[in-house]
Design a protein around this ligand. Structure first.
Ligand code: FAD
Length: 381
């Protein structure tokens, strides 16, 4: 079976590793010339992390990530609204909620996919298909023929645009930007994900063993594209000036690092499958980071696809793609819906509305809002 994977990210490398174990050697084309350390904290739920066992890299993940102990939600004055123990909610038999740097997770997945045919600095410029074959033209003007093409090229998938002709299809801009940077560990945060929910703002602290990822979500400032780092740091400090000490400590370190603006955009593709080309991971359903479940869905979805392709031959690929979509799409979209519900609750603007929300949150556990995400650990995919 000749398999082309477009995009060597979370989904792409998961697929590569699992297909290799099914005696299929895929070709991966990756746009980047080389992998960098770009990226911040990624949370991985056990329903996804357990996939890493099959490619022999789970132990590296287990030792290289930090088990997140509690999810703590506070209001903007620092009063606890909720405190959820990951161990209690996920249960001993499911595994742990791990936090690690995106670049480290990618390194781990790439080790699992060692042996794939990788072409860095390459994209796809044209796709043409018959019932039996996909003809591909690459950015270096070479061509190739494949039995199936798996587009794992992320939320702004160029493959999706090639297939639909619409670069905006399914994209929703939520009008917020999450500014993110690294900051030193704080005893008060320990190994907990701590979030401060305010009016028109959310400040999150997500720990690793040696540092914390600070994320400051606020309405996208006018003229952001032209703002200097200094102006960005000033705007973020002003927005969260009244928040408690842990936030101020993180804000004090904002100027020590590059503050990266991450537009709060998600994506829901209309069709996942176009003949013998499938959209996988964020290219099919791209997530807001509000439930921390984007990487988990990309990895798990890729694992199910490898499972179905492992039972197919070149002639039955369309059936395998169809069975894969039946197994995963509703679950992935339910997780996206949970991320959107959380976003609507986080991104309220007025103080009065925020107070009503905070009162409600004291009595309505976040487990209920994120029940589809948490149930992913106990459902068959
Ligand atoms: C640089 C970067 C940093 C990120 N940082 C974080 C973070 O800190 N925290 C977090 O929770 N999530 C982060 N994300 C998002 C998160 O990693 C993904 O949402 C999630 O893992 C989905 O995985 P995916 O495989 O679908 O897409 P991704 O992991 O985004 O992988 C897509 C891959 O495709 C490549 N690509 C894109 N276009 C093309 C093309 N035309 N041709 C070939 N290759 C292409 C990209 O370079 C990338 O390697 C980041 C994503 C990126 C790309």
């Amino acid at each position: 079976m000749r398999v082309l994977i477009i995009g060597g990210g979370m989904a792409g490398w998961t697929l590569a590793g699992l297909l290799l174990r099914r005696d299929i050697t895929p070709t991966i084309v990756e746009r980047a010339e080389e992998y960098s350390r770009v990226g911040f904290w990624i949370g991985l739920y056990p329903f996804s992390a357990n996939t890493l066992r099959e490619t022999g890299v789970y132990d590296r993940y287990a030792t290289g990530s930090l088990a997140q102990e509690h999810y703590v939600m506070r209001d903007s004055s620092g009063t606890d609204l909720q405190d959820m123990s990951f161990a209690e909610v996920l249960g001993r038999i499911h595994g742990f909620m791990g936090g690690l740097q995106r670049a480290d997770l990618l390194d781990i997945l790439r080790t699992g996919g060692d042996g794939a045919d990788v072409r860095m600095g390459t994209t796809v410029t044209a796709l043409e298909q018959t019932d039996d074959i996909v003809h591909v033209t690459f950015s270096d003007a070479t061509t190739g023929e494949f039995d199936v093409v798996l587009a794992c090229d992320g939320i702004h998938s160029a493959t999706r645009t090639l297939l639909t002709g619409d670069p905006q299809q399914g994209l929703t801009d939520w009008g917020y930007t999450a500014f993110t940077w690294w900051t030193p560990r704080q005893d008060a945060i320990a190994n907990n994900c701590v979030e401060y929910w305010g009016a028109g703002g959310l400040f999150g602290l997500y720990p690793l063993t040696d540092r914390i990822n600070a994320i400051a979500g606020m309405p996208t400032p006018d003229g952001l594209a032209d703002m200097s780092q200094e102006q960005i740091v000033t705007a973020v400090r002003q927005h969260f000036a009244d928040y408690p000490e842990s936030v101020q400590t993180a804000l004090a370190h904002a100027a020590d690092d590059t503050v990266f603006p991450w537009a709060m955009v998600d994506q829901k593709a209309h069709e996942w499958i176009h003949g013998r080309v499938a959209l996988v991971g964020d290219a099919a359903t791209g997530f807001l980071p509000t439930a921390g479940v984007g990487a988990s869905n990309a990895i798990k979805s890729a694992a199910v696809l490898a499972d179905e392709l492992g039972r197919a031959d070149a002639s039955t690929i369309p059936l395998a793609l169809n069975l894969w979509e039946q197994r995963v799409r509703a679950k992935v979209e339910a997780n996206q819906a949970a991320s959107r519900t959380l976003a609507k609750m986080m991104f309220v603007k007025g103080h009065t509305v925020a107070k009503v929300r905070d009162t409600m949150l004291k009595h309505y556990p976040v487990e209920k809002v994120a029940k589809d995400v948490l149930h992913s650990n106990t459902q068959a995919w």
